[in-house]
Design a binder for this molecule. Structure first.
Ligand code: ADP
Ligand code: ZN
Length: 737
């Protein structure tokens, strides 16, 4: 009987996202391996998603597999089921989903196992007198024989061996079979310098203990672990993982991309040693490949990683933990679009495992689910060792200006900075704007330099002496005179991180200042290097964007300055107040984590906005009550679902035509399901053009329980797909720009 393989080819195009049958006769093949197959006139890689004995494809048409790329399956049954779920629920192409499951490095054969040559004495020569087969004059060969026999009975890497022994003696003995040289696989270990140390166990607080017990005694449940910053959530996670491992199961722990610091890594290595695999974008391709295979082989029992580690091929999962669950990096806002929590929710059901969503500031939707009984709520109300939360001073920047202070530093902040510098402590200053000044404006006519290809103003980068577009990366020279009116003074607009550093250097000469943002952390390891320097107190002040808001634990930081808290407040987005609360609370939590108490100076132009009152009091619950009320009255999530359809293309007219067609299709749905539609409108997107593509959108708001309508909206978008125009639908998108 002939064997056929069902193959999904590794080409991302909707017209080929189906299953093709190939003749697999004569191949040793199973479901879950990759193959190469002929496809049209090309040879491409493909994933075998099934094996069968018959096919509907006529015998004269069917082609044969060319080769099998994997000895063993690399996609498990669980992942195939997950693929079906994601393609149905998240409307994704199967090939895009499969690509998520497998590190990019593996596809196309770009990275392979790292092989090294290894030499050892051949078994049949051991215990024999070397004079029988090595001439007395061949001293180097005798020496090598003796060395391998007595010092390295298990053999040694050839590279090491030839440092002290003669390479020609090795060649000679191996040619005669006296020494065996074979290839062994070398595992690349990321962060090899982070070695496990023996650290004493802390005694859990009563609240921590309660949390660990509750989580460990359930299965198939979702927990929300709400604990203020510094309440010891990581310790809870590690204890839960320990219990899971003791039951012979495995664990995944997810952290936001930028908070996977050497500190977190060290804690996990200390506790779980070799059982931990790291999956993170900062890893080299080879490292990623090896860590991933450690998961597949069962060698790794714990995965620590960023968003995509939710797809780690661990079997027998006992727990998935999502730390800082409110973080927007858990939503993929590029194709393939998915929500990490949804994927994790599916996996824990499949495995009968638990899901823990941890945060100091849970998202409104998550906390609502906990309050309404869908999830279980666990709270850590105090910081460990009863360290107080830092005192937060809200500074009215309008009053500063009225008092003649035009600087970005309020007098209160300068007073506190003087204090920090004088006492040899450290400060973190937070500003969510990289670059030197957000824009260059003509003082005479108000002209603002904009990107030619995108509808956004350019950002001045002083180090590079260029104007840069943060959307497309285009660089422009800085004009000396205004291109519009010829006036000679271009003024800087908002101040960015780069400029803050320069101002600080003027204010505090000789005091070390570090900067951490997207620009200063572009190279591999730069992130860890900056944090390392700050941790070693090589600098007293660290200036950064939201990158510094997460997870760091520096004992000598006694001051946190939030330079412009309102940055996220005035975005046209129903989540802007929530984001402001989360971000400012997170940043404030960096102060006073050890023995010294901390102080936060929060600068705002809207000091009476209710959000700052809750931030100052550290009152998450009060904030939640206020916010959930607003959401209910105004009908926003979790009391509604938002669907945004974005259409873009270089031809404005064609794109608008597609938009109108989709709008027409959705309007028909609105006729049928009128009671479920809260809002429907089309318009230009807030950013009207990116990279020469015009952007427009349809916004839909639906009552909860409209899954059927959402599926149909996705169908409408598919129906009006045309070449060269990008169109997609997003459910509760994280960005509405
Ligand atoms: P969170 O993640 O909630 O912000 P962490 O888990 O980072 O807090 O804990 C803050 C600090 O407290 C860490 O240095 C941690 O080692 C320490 N810690 C945690 N639990 C305890 C405990 N039960 N006793 C003493 N120290 C603890
Ligand atoms: Zn641009």
């Amino acid at each position: 009987m002939i064997v056929y393989a069902e193959v999904i080819v590794d080409i991302a195009a909707s017209e080929v996202d189906r299953i093709f049958d190939y003749n697999a006769d004569g191949f040793d093949i199973e479901r879950g391996v990759r193959v190469t197959v002929p496809f049209g006139r090309m040879t491409v890689e493909g994933f075998v998603i099934g094996i069968k004995q018959n096919t509907d494809v006529p015998a004269e048409k069917i082609k044969s597999i060319i080769s099998v790329l994997d000895k063993r399956r690399i996609i498990t049954d669980e992942m195939f089921s997950l693929m079906d779920y994601m393609s149905a629920k998240m409307h994704l192409m199967k090939v895009d989903i499969l690509r998520l499951f497998i590190p990019a490095a593996m596809r196309g054969g770009r990275v392979k196992e790292l092989k090294r040559q290894y030499a050892c004495l051949s078994e049949e020569y051991r215990g024999r007198d070397p004079n029988e087969f090595i001439k007395p004059s061949a001293l180097a060969q005798h020496e090598l024989f003796e060395y391998l026999l007595t010092e390295k009975p298990d053999g040694e890497l050839v590279g090491e061996l030839t440092k002290s022994m003669s390479a020609s003696a090795l060649r000679n003995l191996s040619a005669r079979g006296i020494v065996t040289v074979r290839d062994v696989e070398q595992i690349r270990l990321p962060y090899a310098d982070v070695k496990p140390e023996n650290v004493p166990r802390v005694k859990l607080t009563a609240e921590q203990e309660h949390a660990v017990d509750s989580i460990s005694s359930a299965s198939g449940r979702t927990f929300v672990l709400h604990g203020v910053t510094g309440s010891g959530k990581t310790e809870v996670y590690m204890n839960c993982i320990e219990r899971v491992l003791a039951n012979g199961k495995t664990a995944i722990m997810l952290v936001p991309e930028i908070s996977l610091t050497p500190q977190v890594l060290r804690s996990f290595r200390n506790r779980f040693g070799e059982k931990v695999a790291i999956l993170h974008s900062a890893l080299g391709q080879g490292e990623k490949f090896d860590e991933w295979r450690k998961c597949l082989s069962g060698e790794a029992k714990v995965v620590l990683g960023a968003r995509s580690a939710v797809f780690a091929p661990l079997e027998n999962l006992g727990i998935i933990i999502i730390d800082e669950e409110h973080d927007s990096s858990y939503i993929s806002d590029r194709t393939p679009r998915y929500s990490t929590a949804d994927v994790a929710g599916w996996r824990i059901k499949y495995n009968g495992a638990d899901l823990v969503l941890g945060s100091a500031t849970p998202s409104i939707e998550t906390y609502y689910s906990a309050k309404s009984g869908k999830y279980e709520l666990l709270e850590l109300t105090g910081r460990v060792n009863k360290r107080p939360l830092p005192e937060i001073e809200i500074v009215n920047m309008c009053r500063e200006i009225a008092a003649g202070n035009n600087s970005i530093f309020s007098s209160a902040l300068v007073r506190e900075l003087d204090n920090v510098v004088g006492h040899g402590n450290q400060a973190m200053l937070f500003l969510n704007r990289r670059g030197y000044a957000s824009f260059m404006m003509c003082r005479s006519c108000g002209f603002v330099a904009k990107c030619d290809r995108c509808d956004v103003s350019l950002v001045y980068h002083r180090e590079e002496k260029r104007l840069k577009c943060h959307y497309c990366g285009n660089m422009y020279t800085v004009p000396d005179v205004c291109p519009q009116c010829g006036f000679a003074v271009m003024k800087e607009g908002y101040i960015g991180t780069e400029k803050v550093v320069r101002l600080l250097e003027e204010l505090y000469p000789g005091v070390g200042v570090l900067r951490m943002d997207n620009d200063s952390t572009r190279t591999k390891g730069a992130h860890a290097e900056i944090l390392g320097k700050f941790g070693a107190k090589e600098a007293q002040i660290l200036v950064g964007t939201q990158m510094i808001a997460k997870g760091h634990d520096f004992p000598d930081v006694t001051l946190v300055g939030i330079l412009d808290a309102d940055m996220s407040l005035h975005m046209a987005d129903y989540r802007s107040v929530e984001r402001t609360f989360q971000l400012t609370t997170q940043v404030a939590g960096r102060a006073g984590r050890a023995s010294q108490s901390g102080k936060v100076v929060l600068q705002t132009y809207a000091p009476h906005h209710y959000v700052y009152d809750y931030v100052r009091k550290g009152d998450y619950k009060g904030f939640f009550d206020k916010e959930i009320n607003l959401r209910e009255v105004t009908k926003y999530p979790p009391f509604a679902t938002i669907v945004r359809i974005l259409v873009s293309g270089s031809d404005d007219g064609i794109a608008a035509g597609v938009l109108k067609n989709i709008y027409g299709g959705i309007s028909e749905l609105k006729e049928i399901y009128s009671d479920k539609f809260i809002y429907l409108a089309y318009m230009r997107a807030p950013v009207k053009k990116i990279m020469d593509e015009y952007r427009m959108q349809i916004l839909v708001r639906l009552a909860v329980g409209s899954d059927e309508i959402i599926d149909k909206i996705f169908d409408v978008v598919e129906r009006y797909r045309v070449p060269k125009i990008t169109s997609y639908a997003e459910v509760n998108p994280i960005k509405l720009s």
